[in-house]
Design a protein around this ligand. Structure first.
Ligand SMILES: C[S@@+](CC[C@H](N)C(=O)[O-])C[C@H]1O[C@@H](n2cnc3c(N)ncnc32)[C@H](O)[C@@H]1O
Length: 270
């Protein structure tokens, strides 16, 4: 059987990824691999390693192979039922941190929670806040509940078509939404994303903004009051999203940009 070092050298994927996969199989840290390069793998470990390497070579995201993805410094369980949390969505947490000294987070709603990464991180960073997370996918909610348990938060999880299950005239300090926003006709979607991530988490009609249009109509129709609504969209949707918000709320949102300078999250103030 190969040693740790031989397995990594011959994996035919990047050494970085090979180490992540091997550390996951051995239930050890990457540092362990470095200090135990001469350890032989067992037959089962070698077999599992070669199967996972083949799946990675075929394009499957590494987070689905290991079942975990870090978000804002914490490990989140993921499965193919949920979108893999993206580093650019950490901007939600940064924005709320900036706004919260003047506008404390006593309550928050996360719409389309997926793995629960936004709701659970808000709960962790703002202890005492009453956080509710909604998704219409029962499978996604199961994953969010696993994260709620393993990260020891008390987020309330609800199956709901956007805000349908939220009573009329509810007040919530912060509404966050990272809803599906990819136009189904967008040719730019990465093949690995399209092939492996759940389509219900990705696509939305009306040039990608149908979910947000419906959400905004629900906020108005149900007289939901808020201090801030924060929504993530794609970099080509700034103009259309601004127009949608202006049309629905007669207000102009401000925008925040991701690390590559692209408009990413819009902020609607009450
Ligand atoms: C882009 S993913 C975002 C997941 C997570 N918030 C994140 O940032 O990683 C969108 C999520 O919205 C959910 N979703 C799609 N349509 C929905 C609807 N009508 N009502 C509630 N959730 C919905 C999907 O199941 C998916 O989990």
């Amino acid at each position: 059987m190969p040693t740790i070092s031989e397995a990594i050298q011959t994996a035919q994927i990047s050494q970085h990824e090979a180490k992540i996969i091997l550390a996951f199989i051995l239930k050890q840290s990457k540092a362990y691999l470095i200090t135990n390069v001469h350890q032989n793998l067992t037959e089962v470990e070698a077999d599992t390693f070669s199967k996972l390497i083949k799946r990675r070579q075929a394009g499957e995201p590494i987070a689905y192979l290991t079942g975990v993805k870090e978000f804002y410094g914490r490990p989140f369980i993921v499965s193919p039922s949920v979108l893999i949390p993206r580093p650019e969505s950490e901007l939600f947490i940064e924005i709320i941190k900036e706004l919260s000294p003047a506008n404390p987070v006593t309550s928050a709603l996360d719409i389309g929670t997926g793995s629960g990464c936004l709701a659970i991180t808000i709960s962790k960073e703002h202890p005492g806040a009453k956080v509710t997370a909604l998704d219409n996918s029962q499978e996604a909610l199961k994953v969010a509940q696993q994260n709620n348990a393993q990260l020891e938060t008390n987020v309330k999880l609800l199956k709901s078509d956007l805000l349908e299950q939220i009573p009329k005239s509810t007040h919530v300090d912060y509404i966050v939404a990272n809803l599906p926003y990819i136009d189904p006709n967008d040719p730019e979607i990465m093949p690995q994303v399209a092939e492996y991530e759940p389509s219900e988490a990705l696509y939305s009609n009306q040039n990608g903004l149908a979910h947000y249009a419906k959400l905004f109509n629900q906020i108005k129709a149900k007289s939901i009051s808020f201090n801030y609504v924060l929504c993530e969209v794609g970099h080509k949707q700034q103009e259309a999203m601004t127009a949608l918000i202006q049309k629905t709320f007669a207000k102009t949102p401000t925008w925040r940009y991701d690390l590559s300078g692209k408009p990413r999250i819009c902020i609607l103030n009450k």
